[in-house]
Ligand binder design. Structure first.
Ligand code: GH3
Ligand code: MG
Ligand code: MG
Ligand code: MG
Length: 310
């Protein structure tokens, strides 16, 4: 058990977090005493408080009472499952209820387990550990599924889904969305001169620097393909997008990564195509936005590289 707990803490990057929700503080204290040695514990005495805490501290597991004044445990769970921030958190019901209908209802509202009181501490700990293991392993693989392993940026798969999702967001609010397509200049010559391994290292460093230019949680920076990157900037107009693209170019130029075979610059440089569209415009779509950014990237190359074209 100790070894599994250590592995989970490594996966989590800290002790796994459990939220205890029960309207009776005495019940919370009892479960807390059982689990606090192994986990970081958060406590809520109402459904609404549990929802608020779940959004804020993203627990890895919730132990939920059913009978509570106000929002009961089932309704609280159903709400957590409708919220993109909290839907992935497994909920175990811990309750005095015992009937078959109550147990079935727990699974219908999205719970992963149902434990009837009186609590057997050993069994509770075993079930908690099993569900935490499943949850943290699933997070681990989900993370791999959206990440480019060389650069740590989002991969193309994630980019495609983010583009569609963020477009819908901007469409609903009638706001502009911008896209940057970024390509390293003369990267084939870089590989030919310095070797493929040095090329990989350069890609990772450039990716990291591009990423460091974006601070809003809803901006998405991805590796689009080989030596190409893409940034989705929701709620961003043309002027701001151009400014950000120029800053990306400057930040990579400032790295002073030598490029002996480039006829553009002594250092590794970028060309960036910028596109901005507003959803209600006819002909505007994620596909059209991508095509325009690509066209502008081509123009940046044709104009002599190491520049932004919008
Ligand atoms: P341009 O300025 O027109 O963009 O020229 P370029 O040489 O950068 O463009 P081209 O598309 O001809 O070559 C891209 C190069 O990027 C070729 C390929 O070997 C390299 N590349 C793509 N992915 C990787 C990778 O993961 N690692 C390394 N080291 N090189 C890669
Ligand atoms: Mg209760
Ligand atoms: Mg390219
Ligand atoms: Mg290139």
């Amino acid at each position: 058990m100790k070894q599994i707990l250590e592995e989970l803490s490594t996966l989590r990057g800290g002790r796994p977090r459990i939220l205890l929700c029960d309207d009776q503080p005495i019940n919370i204290r009892l479960v807390n005493a059982l689990l606090k040695g192994d986990y970081e514990i958060f406590m809520a005495t109402s459904g609404l408080q549990a929802i608020e805490l779940s959004e804020r501290v993203t627990p890895d597991l919730i132990l939920m009472d059913v009978n509570m004044p106000g929002l009961n445990g089932y309704d609280t769970c159903a709400r957590l499952k409708q919220n993109t921030l909290t839907l992935g958190i497994p909920v175990i019901f811990l309750t005095g209820l015992k009937s078959e209908e109550d147990e079935v209802k727990a699974f219908e509202v999205g719970g992963v387990d149902f434990i009837s009181k009186p609590i057997n501490g050993t069994v509770l700990k075993a079930r908690v550990l099993t569900h935490l293991t499943l949850k943290l392993q699933s997070d681990f693989y989900l993370n791999i599924a959206v990440t480019d392993s060389l650069t740590g940026l989002f991969n193309r798969r994630k980019f495609d889904s983010e583009l569609a999702e963020k477009w819908e967001l901007c469409k609903r609010s009638g706001q502009a969305m911008s896209l940057l397509l970024i390509d390293i200049d003369h990267f084939k010559q870089y590989n030919d001169h310095y070797g493929h391994q040095a090329g990989d290292h350069c890609l990772a460093e450039v990716a990291h620097t591009i990423r460091s230019n974006f601070h809003r949680s809803y901006d998405c920076v991805a590796r689009y393909g080989g030596e190409e990157f893409a940034c989705i900037l929701p709620m961003t107009g043309r002027e701001q997008a151009i400014r950000q693209a120029q800053e990306v170019c400057h930040s990579v130029a400032r790295l002073h990564l030598p490029h002996a075979r480039s006829d553009t610059s002594a250092w590794v440089s970028l060309s960036i195509g910028v596109a901005t569209m507003i959803a209600p415009d006819h002909n505007a779509s994620p596909v059209a936005l991508l095509a325009l950014a690509d066209k502008n990237l081509y123009a940046a190359k044709a104009n002599g590289r190491a520049q932004v074209f919008a």
